[in-house]
Design a binder for this molecule. Structure first.
Ligand SMILES: *Cc1c(COP(=O)(O)O)cnc(C)c1O
Length: 424
C-alpha cells in the first residue's frame, strides 16, 4: 500500500512516510494510490478495536509499524450509538479527553506518530509537535501527546480569543506540553508556526511536525467509527456529518469505499456557503470564513476538498456521492431548543446542524445516523441559555477542568517564540 499526492507530482511513499511528512512535497495531500477493499461482513460483531485494527491493516504496508497499540489507545474511550427514534440514531464521538471527535485522530497519532518517526528516521531523536489552534484542535493534541516519551509539544493560541473552558483544556497539561498564549489573532499564531518551520532554531537537530488535520494519520482512525457503526444495523445506514474542513466526512466516504455498508453521506454545514454553492451550482470558490455559532466549522475553503475531488473529480460525481444541507445560526439555535424539548437531547451547535439536516430529510427512506461531533458542555455559553438548564460535564472533560493550568504569554514574533523554554 502506497500513498500519492492529490496533485500528482510527488513520489509514492509508505504510510509511515506520509504521516511523518504531513503534506506532500508538491503541496498536495496524501491519498491511497488505490483504495483498499475489505470484507466488511466478516467484521459484524467485532469490537471497535478489532474493526480498527482490520481497517488500519488494510491501509498499512509491510514496512509500516503495527497500529494495534495506537488503535487501542484511541478507542479506549469508546464511541456510542444512541437511539433517537425508529429511524434515527446518534453517533456520540465525544467521550474522549477533549469531548470532541478530534480526540480519535489525535490519540491515535500520539502513539503512532512516534512509531512512524522511528521507522522513517532510524537514527531517532526527539519529536517536536507545534500546533496553532483557534480553540478545539489544540486541546485534543495536547491531551494526546501529554507524557509521550521523546516528544515536546508547543500549542499556540490567540490570547483572549478562546473560551475559558477551551483555554483550560489547552493549559491543563505541563511536563512535555507547553501552552503559549500569543498576543494576536489565530492567523498570527498560524503564521508564527509556519515561520518556525523554516527557522533553523526549530528545524535543526530535532524533528518538527504540526500533526495537523490534513495529516492522513488523523483521518484513518476516523474511518474506524463509521466502519463499526455501519455494522450495528441490519441494513446499510446513511450518515449526516457536521462538516467544516471535510476531514470527518471524508473518513465516512473512505469507509464506504473500503466496502462497509453505508448508504448516503450528507454534509451538514453552517452558513459558510462554499460546499452548498458547489453542490447547487457546480461552481467551487474558496473564500474567507464567516463566524457562526458552530465555530469549529467556520471554514470558507475546506482543506480536504482536494481529497474529495480526487475521488469525485466532476460535479456530477460529487452530486451522486454526497448531499449538502446548510444551516444558519437562527436555525441552529432553534434546533438546540427543539431537540431539548421534544427528544430530551441537548445538542452542541455543530451537531444541531446535522440534526436540522435530518429534519429536512424527513421523507427520506432508510436508517439514519446523525453524527455528534462534540459534547454540548464544551459550548455551554451557547447551549445553556437555549435549553434553560446547566449541562453536566462528561467525566473526561470534568477531569481536565479540575487540573491546574499554566501557560506563557508572548508577542507574535519568532524571537519571542525562541525564548520559550522547552517543556520539561
Ligand atoms: C472540527 C470540528 C468539526 C468539523 O470537522 P471537519 O473534519 O473539519 O469537517 C465539526 N464539529 C466539531 C465539534 C469540530 O470540532
Amino acid at each position: 500500500m502506497k500513498y500519492v499526492s492529490t496533485r500528482g507530482n510527488s513520489a509514492a511513499v509508505t504510510l509511515a512516510e506520509a504521516i511523518v511528512h504531513g503534506l506532500a512535497p508538491d503541496g498536495g495531500l496524501y491519498v491511497p494510490e488505490t483504495m483498499p477493499r475489505l470484507d466488511a461482513e466478516a467484521l459484524r460483531g467485532a469490537s471497535q478495536t478489532e474493526v480498527g485494527v482490520a481497517v488500519l491493516n488494510a491501509f498499512r504496508g509491510p514496512t509500516d509499524p503495527d497500529a494495534s497499540s495506537a488503535i487501542e489507545r484511541a478507542f479506549r474511550d469508546e464511541v456510542r450509538l444512541a437511539r433517537l427514534d425508529d429511524t434515527t440514531q446518534l453517533l456520540e464521538l465525544y467521550w474522549g479527553a477533549s469531548a470532541a471527535f478530534k480526540d480519535y485522530g489525535a490519540q491515535f497519532l500520539g502513539v503512532y506518530l512516534p512509531q512512524c518517526h522511528r521507522a522513517v528516521h532510524p537514527q531517532g531523536g526527539r519529536v517536536t509537535v507545534m500546533v496553532a489552534t483557534s480553540g478545539d484542535t489544540g486541546g485534543a493534541v495536547a491531551a494526546a501527546f501529554w507524557r509521550k516519551r521523546d516528544v515536546d509539544v508547543f500549542v499556540l493560541y490567540p490570547h483572549g480569543r478562546v473560551s475559558p473552558r477551551q483555554e483550560h483544556q489547552l493549559c491543563a497539561w505541563g511536563e512535555n506540553v507547553q501552552a503559549i498564549a500569543v498576543n494576536g489573532s489565530f492567523d498570527e499564531c498560524q503564521a508564527l508556526v509556519k515561520a518556525a518551520f523554516s527557522d533553523p532554531y526549530w528545524t535543526e537537530g530535532r524533528f518538527l511536525t504540526s500533526a495537523n488535520s490534513i495529516n492522513i494519520g488523523r483521518l484513518l482512525p476516523q474511518v474506524v467509527y463509521y466502519a463499526w457503526a455501519s455494522l450495528q444495523h441490519a441494513t446499510p445506514p446513511s450518515f449526516i456529518i457536521p462538516t467544516g474542513n471535510l476531514g470527518n466526512a471524508l473518513a465516512c466516504i473512505w469507509a464506504r469505499e473500503l466496502g462497509f455498508p453505508i448508504g448516503e453521506v450528507v454534509l451538514a454545514t453552517n452558513a459558510n456557503p462554499t460546499l452548498q454553492q458547489y453542490y447547487d451550482t457546480g461552481e467551487y470558490s474558496g473564500r474567507a470564513s464567516i463566524a457562526t455559532l458552530a465555530n469549529a466549522m467556520d471554514v470558507g475553503a475546506p482543506s480536504n476538498m482536494e481529497r474529495v475531488a480526487h475521488l469525485y473529480p466532476t460535479h456530477a460525481a460529487f452530486k451522486s456521492a454526497l448531499h449538502v444541507v446548510s444551516t444558519d445560526d437562527d436555525t441552529i439555535a432553534a434546533m438546540i431548543a427543539i431537540a431539548a424539548q421534544t427528544m430530551g437531547r441537548v445538542l452542541d451547535p455543530h451537531t444541531a446542524c446535522a440534526m436540522h439536516a435530518r429534519a429536512s430529510l424527513h421523507d427520506a427512506d432508510g436508517h439514519w445516523i446523525v453524527v455528534a461531533t462534540a459534547h454540548p458542555a464544551k459550548f455551554e455559553t451557547i447551549v445553556e441559555p437555549l435549553v434553560g438548564a446547566e449541562v453536566p460535564l462528561p467525566p473526561a472533560l470534568a477531569e481536565t477542568l479540575n487540573r491546574a493550568t499554566a501557560n506563557v504569554r508572548i508577542e507574535p514574533t519568532l524571537d519571542a517564540l525562541r525564548l520559550v523554554q522547552p517543556p520539561s
